[in-house]
Every structure is written in structure tokens, then in C-alpha cells.
Design a protein around this ligand. Structure first.
Ligand code: REL
Ligand code: ZN
Length: 459
């Protein structure tokens, strides 16, 4: 028998991964493609960690004339990005040991780029600004080439983006005469959170603003999604659920993908719409998103368990987690057997139940260790359970990167976590008498890192 540990480590480090969900945007989106030292340090994970150690807002005196007096959160966010980054670096890397996963990630990004020496110099400089030399290095990178270089270094075949037509600054890039040149490393996904959130104000505003405008009705909403599917050609539709989300189905989705859905049940109008009110998230999910998914033959990627804006002052860093009730998901899987659902959950408590559901429904594919679960200890325990319950029929991880360079650390850390878990599982099979070959290991690693996702998408 070959050296199991060495072969698994070799295959995991060599595999070209598919990153099934990120927030990266193409170079043609200009400033919206984030990369470099300031974007890395102002990642909301690090900003939230910084505010754990800053004085309380009430202690921060905005009128203080003392140089370097601590800012309030609002002042901090009003600062130029470079100044915010200097503060984060000072608090988390200079005054303290950069112990957390996100801090280690920043160190590893620079190490992968060969910039460790510049980082050390930054940390030992006598005063701020500490990061100018690093800033200078990133300023020399040409965005499109840099994206390509990072993908090669991180061994990422392609990433799926998050494309949000509801955000005007993003939408504008897709409506230009010269359409955005999307690198083959970037695939599109149509993100529609306001629909699941039942945020009719945002939806209606987008319908009005769109050129051409669409009527502010469920039909108008479907027309809007059809138009954006035409523009983006997404690989899937995606939404995260609002806290406490439930969907009460009023119809049975017996339609096959690519065909118009047959409506089985005549009392189909949601009570709120029937009463002339605005539709709920449940209405919009059923009567708009599921219908469009059936019609366009597109999977829906759902992210469950975030509680948005628990501390609004922290902006993107202010979201938290809840244990979600997944009973509605069970109903949807059953009622819409031909709609493919890619699902991830945020709470540790929901992971086991989701594994069970994935075993029950061939139209549910489980992907990634999302956000607060994307730490080695969690990745290892969650992946161990998934291998035990699902074999290789799931997608091991996604990065959720917002900054291009993060691909370097997030995949490095994920690969590190996968090796011991796989080795332990293989050992058990080998001990039981099954001959695991090197080719088996290569195939399994490929399945876990994108192969199972592509097989599911091709179903
Ligand atoms: O796609 C999402 O809903 C989340 O991943 C984001 O809202 C979140 O801020 C993200 O950066 C987490 O990793
Ligand atoms: Zn995300």
C-alpha cells in the first residue's frame, strides 16, 4: 500500500477547484473588482474583529483633537479605505497577535504572493502609514492579468460570481453597449435576495428604474427576471433567506424544467396579494422564483440562516446567524422534484439536518462551509459528517471571496482541512478490506472540489 497521507495531500494540493459561490466581479466592473492590501484588510470579517477591541462608540469622542483619537463606527466607515486598513492592521496585527482565521488568511495571501518580507517590515515600522510599500506593489498589478495569476496560483478553474441587478452600480455595467468581458474564470449567477426577503419596496424600485420599466406586479417581476437571465446567462438563480423565512406552498410544482409550470390548485392567489397588499417573500418565492426556475430550467441556490443587520453600525460585518427551520425546504424539494436546489446553511446546528435532506432528495445538492462555518475546526467536523452521510455527493467548499486575493488563502486553508479528514475516512475503508487506489483518490478529490457540483448541474 502506498503512503496514504502523502497521496491524499498530493491530490488535494493538485486539484483544480471550482468555487461555486463568490462575490468577485470582473475587471470590466472597474472599482467593483476588489483586490489589494486595503480591500483585504477592510474585509468585513476583519473589520468586525477590529471593532471587538475598539472602545465603545460612546467612548469615542468625535470632537477630540488628540491625534489618533479612536473614531466612532460612522467616522471609521467615512474614512478613505487606506486609513481604515491602517487602523485594522494596527489593532489586529501590530498591537495583537493575528491569531484568527481571517488574520491568518491575510498573512497567507501575502506569503503566497511572495510578500512576507514587506509584511514584516510593515508590522515593525515605527509609525503609520505602515502599508505604503505593499500598496505600491498592488498598484502595479493590471487587474485582468492579476485575476488570472491569482486563479492559477490558487488552482481555481473558475469561480461563480454574485451578480445583483437590484444594485444600480452593478447593473449599469451589464447594460453598456460594450458588454462586460467576462473572463472564462468567472461565471455569472443572478442574485435576487429582495425577492425572498419579500422586500417589495426594493423590487418595485428596480422594476421602475429598469430600462425598459416593468409593471410593478408579479408578472412584471417575472419579466424583469427573464430580461436579466437573458443579459447575464447565469448558471443559477441565488438568494439568501431572511431570518425566520418560511415558504407556504399553495401550488404543486409538477412542471418539468424548460416547460411552463402546470398549476394544480385554483386557490393559488396568496392572501396578501388577493387582499391588495404587497406580496410576501413566500408569495414571491413560489409565484416568481420557482416559476422562473421551472420555465428557464435554472437551479436555485439558497443560503439559509443569516440574520441581517443585527448590528447595523457594522455594515456588512453586522450580520449574525440563526438556527433555521428547514421544514419549508423539505416541502419545496418534494413539490418541485425537477427544480434543482443548491443549498448551504450557516448554523452548525442545521448541518446535520441538511445532510439528511440531501440524502432524501436528488434535487438538493449541498455545498460549502459558509462564512462562520468556514473555519478549519468547523470545516473538518462538517466535512467528516458529510463524507460519512453522503460519500462524495456534495461540494466540499466554496470561498465566498469578496476580494480576488482571498482565493489564495481560502483555498489553501480549505485544502489543509480536507487532507486529514479524507485520510481518516480512507483508512477506515482500507482497514475494512477495500483496496483504495491512487486513481480513486484523484477521482474523489475532483468530485468533492467541483465534480459533484458539475454532475448535479448536468442532471
Ligand atoms: O452571499 C451571502 O449572502 C453572504 O455570503 C454574504 O452576505 C456575506 O457577507 C459574505 O461575505 C460571507 O462570507
Ligand atoms: Zn456569499
Amino acid at each position: 500500500m502506498f503512503d496514504l497521507n502523502a497521496v491524499v495531500a498530493r491530490e488535494v494540493s493538485a486539484v483544480e477547484v471550482i468555487d461555486v459561490h463568490t462575490h468577485l466581479l470582473p475587471p470590466t466592473h472597474g472599482q467593483l473588482m476588489l483586490y489589494g492590501v486595503d480591500a483585504l484588510l477592510t474585509y468585513h470579517y476583519l473589520v468586525a474583529e477590529t471593532w471587538m477591541v475598539m472602545p465603545l462608540d460612546s467612548e469615542a469622542d468625535s470632537t477630540s483633537t488628540v491625534p489618533d483619537a479612536p473614531p466612532s463606527k460612522d467616522e471609521f466607515f467615512a474614512w478613505p479605505l487606506a486609513r481604515q486598513a491602517e487602523l485594522v492592521f494596527e489593532e489586529l496585527f501590530v498591537k495583537r497577535t493575528p491569531m484568527s482565521e481571517a488574520c491568518r488568511g491575510f498573512i497567507n495571501v501575502l506569503s503566497e504572493l511572495g510578500l512576507t518580507q514587506l509584511l514584516r517590515e510593515a508590522a515593525t515600522k515605527p509609525a503609520k502609514p505602515r502599508l505604503d510599500a505593499l500598496r505600491g506593489w498592488f498598484a502595479q498589478q493590471e487587474p485582468a492579468e492579476y485575476l488570472e495569476r491569482v486563479c492559477q496560483l490558487a488552482k481555481v478553474k473558475y469561480v461563480v460570481m454574485t451578480n445583483i441587478p437590484f444594485v444600480p452600480e452593478e447593473a449599469v455595467h451589464w447594460k453598456l453597449k460594450t458588454a462586460p468581458i467576462v473572463s472564462p474564470r468567472l461565471k455569472t449567477a443572478l442574485r435576487v435576495d429582495p425577492i425572498l426577503a419579500g422586500d417589495w419596496t426594493t423590487v418595485a424600485a428596480a422594476l421602475r428604474r429598469n430600462e425598459p420599466a416593468h409593471p410593478e406586479t408579479l408578472e412584471g417581476c417575472k419579466a424583469y427576471l427573464r430580461e436579466w437571465i437573458g443579459i447575464l446567462k447565469p448558471v443559477y438563480l441565488m438568494a439568501s433567506t431572511p431570518a425566520g423565512f418560511k415558504c407556504t406552498l399553495t401550488r404543486r410544482g409538477v412542471g418539468r424544467v424548460g416547460k411552463k409550470q402546470r398549476v394544480g390548485d385554483e386557490h393559488a392567489e396568496p392572501p396578501s396579494s388577493a387582499a391588495g397588499g404587497t406580496p410576501t417573500g413566500s408569495d414571491l418565492f413560489e409565484k416568481v422564483l420557482l416559476e422562473i426556475a421551472v420555465e428557464a430550467g435554472l437551479p436555485i441556490a439558497i443560503k439559509i440562516g443569516a440574520v441581517r443587520g443585527v448590528n447595523p453600525a457594522l455594515r456588512a460585518g453586522g450580520d449574525a446567524v440563526e438556527v433555521a427551520d428547514l421544514s419549508w425546504l423539505r416541502e419545496v424539494c418534494l413539490a418541485y422534484p425537477h427544480v434543482k436546489l443548491l443549498v448551504t446553511v450557516l448554523s452548525a446546528e442545521n448541518q446535520h439536518e441538511l445532510c439528511v435532506l440531501a440524502r432524501k432528495f436528488g434535487n438538493l445538492h449541498l455545498y460549502g462551509c459558509w462564512w462562520f462555518c468556514n473555519n478549519p475546526s468547523m470545516i473538518e467536523s462538517i466535512t467528516k459528517m458529510r463524507l460519512e452521510m453522503m460519500g462524495t455527493a456534495f461540494t466540499f467548499n466554496h470561498t465566498d471571496c469578496r476580494v480576488v486575493d482571498q482565493l489564495l488563502y481560502k483555498w489553501k486553508h480549505s485544502r489543509e482541512s480536507l487532507v486529514p479528514v479524507l485520510v481518516t475516512q480512507y483508512r477506515k475503508i482500507v482497514d475494512a478490506g477495500w483496496p483504495v487506489s491512487e486513481a480513486d483518490i484523484r477521482r474523489d478529490v475532483q468530485l468533492l472540489c467541483g465534480g459533484s457540483y458539475e454532475a448535479f448541474m448536468a442532471k
